[in-house]
Design a protein around this ligand. Structure first.
Ligand code: GTQ
Ligand code: FE2
Length: 355
């Protein structure tokens, strides 16, 4: 047994570390986990159950009024890996919004971009920069960055939808701006068909060419809503041509790019009784089940799913979808892929078939 002798060098080193800490500096050689072999996501694989979201939304609807100051009744999905942040993944906000019968959520705008995917009901109009957009089950509605939006319910029935926003990214970039609408007036306009659809949902690869019509603008898809009936029809047409699951991307009808600069939206249909090839990609995803039941495997963790369930897929995590035998499984996903691609970090791969 010998006594450890502190050399003069040890003492100098200790004092170097103390001084570095005092001056808010950290030596790289004492850090680990900075450059990992592969992504090590903080986001955990997770699933929020429809039944619980619905029940808690309804309870909030009875107890918590909507007014200025707290003008959205949203239950935000807080991934347990993110230290209490109200974020579903490291890059995406996902929230269940509950708007009771005849309720109104006042106009505002913000730099984070938002989209809605409707789970239940059909009595709400969202006005996007004044364009009244009707919302019903399975519809995807965009409220791009800095566009004014307000929601009003014309019926006595509540309505439930999933909000996905790029809040964590905009917040990380310290670029959040917010503004209330121009007036406190309630705008309860409705329309059978939005202006956006009249101009840009012409279908069959057609786009309008007219001198007196405003162009599409560069920042997002000019088509602000994608109807479930169109999505369903396209999925059916595609499913007739291939044996396996089919996947559709929602795109800008003019440019063919993603609907917004920060978020990619897709809909996948897994025919009854099938399992998808395991797939992974960089960047995180939020998913929502619209129809059918099944099982998801996310990074080795298994989750049974039902319509209305919301789930989180961490970056570079294997994802497999298996549908039940009774019905096709329709899953809507939002990812941060446009950002990941823009900075040239996008990678994806499929697991080789084991046969
Ligand atoms: O509906 O405007 O989930 O501003 C979070 C922030 C929804 C909305 C959210 C929002 C909204
Ligand atoms: Fe908003």
């Amino acid at each position: 047994m010998g006594t450890r002798r502190f050399t003069d060098e040890d003492i100098q080193l200790d004092s170097l570390y103390d001084d570095l800490a005092d001056l808010d500096l950290q030596p790289l050689w004492r850090l680990s986990g900075t450059l990992t072999d592969e992504p090590v996501p903080r986001t955990q694989p997770y699933r929020w159950r429809a039944r619980q979201l619905r029940e808690l939304g309804e309870r909030a609807g009875r107890l918590v009024p909507i007014d200025r100051g707290g003008d959205r009744r949203v239950l935000s999905c807080a991934n347990p890996g993110l230290g209490g942040a109200p974020h579903a993944t490291s890059t995406l906000w996902a929230g269940l919004q509950y708007l009771g019968g005849h309720e109104y959520a006042p106009a505002h705008r913000h730099t984070p971009a938002a989209l809605r995917f409707v789970f239940e009901g059909s009595g709400v109009w969202t006005l996007v920069d004044g364009d009244p957009i009707h919302m019903s089950r399975g519809d995807l509605v965009l409220t791009p960055s800095w566009t004014f939006h307000e929601h009003h319910n014309t019926t006595a029935d509540p309505m439930l939808w999933l909000d996905v926003l790029d809040v964590p990214v905009v917040s990380y970039l310290e670029s959040i701006f917010y503004e209330d609408g121009p007036s406190e007036d309630v705008d309860r306009r409705t329309a059978v068909r939005s202006t956006a659809e009249q101009r840009w949902a012409l279908g069959s690869g057609l786009k309008p060419v007219a001198r007196d019509l405003p162009g599409p603008g560069a920042d997002h898809s000019p088509l602000l809503v994608y109807r479930w009936s169109d999505t369903d029809e396209a999925l059916r047409a595609l499913a007739g041509q291939v044996e396996r699951d089919v996947r559709l991307r929602f795109t800008d009808p003019v440019r063919g790019t993603d609907v917004m600069p920060t978020m990619r939206c897709e809909m996948q249909r897994v025919p009854a009784g099938r399992t998808t090839t395991p797939h992974r990609q960089t960047g995180s995803r939020v998913g929502a089940v619209l129809n059918g039941t099944g099982t998801l495997v996310i990074a080795g963790r298994e989750f049974d799913v039902q319509p209305g369930d919301v789930f989180a897929v961490p970056s570079w995590s294997w994802l497999t979808l298996a549908s039940g035998t009774a019905e096709d499984l329709d899953v809507f996903t939002v990812s941060d892929a446009p950002i990941v691609e823009a900075v040239r970090l996008y990678r994806e791969e499929w697991q080789e078939e084991q046969r």
